[in-house]
Write a protein that binds this ligand. Structure first.
Ligand code: PLP
Length: 403
């Protein structure tokens, strides 16, 4: 979080608390995860490719983490490859599917993360004869299954469907089972960007036929700069990065051993307490929805907020259009609350949120994304609501910031 605060912060009348509600952007590293990682930065610093004891110790940590990921997905360890990020995993899937599997058409959506959108666009612009189609979405960002089916029926070559499991800005979730069924029926490859849901929901790739999925440790209380890709054995890729034989030749480069060990531990911890954490976070989200609806006029929520249709850790709030909501994120930050936000693009010059634009959100309204973690408390939500109330109410605006 940015610690350089504007001068006005000193005269804020809030009893300043530090509240982190930007957990879709990144999460803090769990203490158990840090403990698991540290020895691989100090005494067990070997290179996993070395055959001596130091190397073997490091290699064992990498393989232990691979087993954890494979167990979590109900996949084989030979289908799990570590990467440097979720971005890299998604790039790898889209680019290798075209290069190695003869994919001639990509069906995706306009609310995907930029690493998916831009990878698909780069391919579409590269004269490889690959078409990119975007499936229709409703106002909540839900995929129109009829439209997806009609795109799949008109299949003119090998197709890759790439649709995210949960949107990072608005939380709307995809029914993986239904999409997998359609892809199986029309013999398309299915990739899901699961970066926001790994560690938060159970997965079983034996039950749900997904060819590729991606994960990123820093989204589930692990370290930054390490992710993984699941690649079903039926859809084999050639090396993505050339060089050494790491990751069974798929991704050359000396492994980030402490990061991979941290990823494995983070997934283990997340799996152990998944239900408990889910209930806790879901309750906080519901509490915030109830308080906001009661306390602030003209507010509404973006995306699907139902239990089954949304990611419980994300709440996207649309504020009534006025100058106070324009400055809301800054005011929250000055009061110690970290959240993120945006708005739909209102003019060609302003770079808005492509997600809000794609679901036709009103560009005059500011949107704030609150995203929760297992560490948040009701007290923090109360404090955040009190800041919002002070800033929103015209009469209390002055008392919120005194110069
Ligand atoms: N996909 C989604 C849905 C994300 O939210 C993010 C990160 O914000 C990524 C991919 C990229 O992950 P990473 O930060 O590991 O590159």
């Amino acid at each position: 979080m940015n610690t350089a605060r504007p001068k006005t912060a000193k005269s804020f009348t809030f009893a300043c608390m530090k509240v982190y509600l930007d957990n879709a952007a990144t999460t803090p590293v769990d203490k158990q995860v840090l403990d698991e990682m540290l020895p691989y930065l100090t005494e067990h610093f070997g290179n996993p490719s070395s055959i001596h004891g130091y190397g073997r110790k490091a290699k064992a940590a990498v393989e232990k983490a691979r087993k954890t990921v494979a167990r979590y997905l109900n996949a084989s360890t030979s289908e799990v490859f570590f990467t440097g990020s979720g971005t890299e995993a998604n790039n790898m899937v889209i680019k290798c599917a075209v290069r190695d599997l003869g994919v001639k058409r990509i069906i995706s959506s306009r609310i995907e993360h930029h690493c998916v959108l831009y990878s698909a666009q780069v391919i579409a612009n590269s004269n490889q004869g690959v078409l990119v189609d975007y499936v229709k979405l409703d106002k909540q960002g839900r995929v129109d299954l009829n439209d997806l089916e009609s795109l799949l029926i008109n299949n003119s070559g090998k197709t890759l469907v790439s649709l995210m499991h949960a949107n990072n800005e608005i939380g709307t979730m995809l029914n993986l089972g239904k999409i997998a069924e359609l892809c199986t029926r029309y013999e398309a490859y299915f990739h899901s960007d699961t970066v926001q849901t790994i560690g938060y929901f159970p997965f079983d790739v034996q039950k749900t036929k997904i060819h590729f999925l991606s994960g990123s440790a820093h989204k589930f209380y692990g370290p930054k700069g390490v992710g993984f890709v699941y690649i079903n054995t039926e859809a084999p890729f050639k090396p993505f990065l050339d060089g050494g034989s790491q990751e069974r030749n798929m991704r050359a480069g000396t492994e980030n051993v402490s990061g991979i060990a941290g990823l494995g531990k983070a997934l283990e911890v997340a799996t152990e307490l998944m239900q408990e954490n889910k209930e806790k976070i879901q309750e906080l989200k519901k509490y915030m929805i109830a308080c906001l609806s009661k306390e602030i006029d003209g507010i509404f929520f973006i995306g699907d907020i139902s239990d089954e249709g949304s990611n419980y850790k994300v709440l996207s709030v649309s504020l009534p259009p006025d100058e106070k909501s324009e400055l809301m994120l800054m005011n929250l930050d000055m009061a110690g609350v970290a959240a993120s936000g945006g708005s739909a693009c209102s003019s060609g010059s302003e770079k808005g949120s492509h997600v809000l634009e794609a679901i036709n959100a009103d560009p005059k309204r500011k949107v704030i994304r609150f995203s929760f973690s297992k560490y948040n408390t009701k007290q923090e939500i109360d404090y955040t609501i009190s800041v919002l109330k002070k800033v929103m109410a015209p009469s209390s605006l002055k008392s919120a910031i005194t110069e």
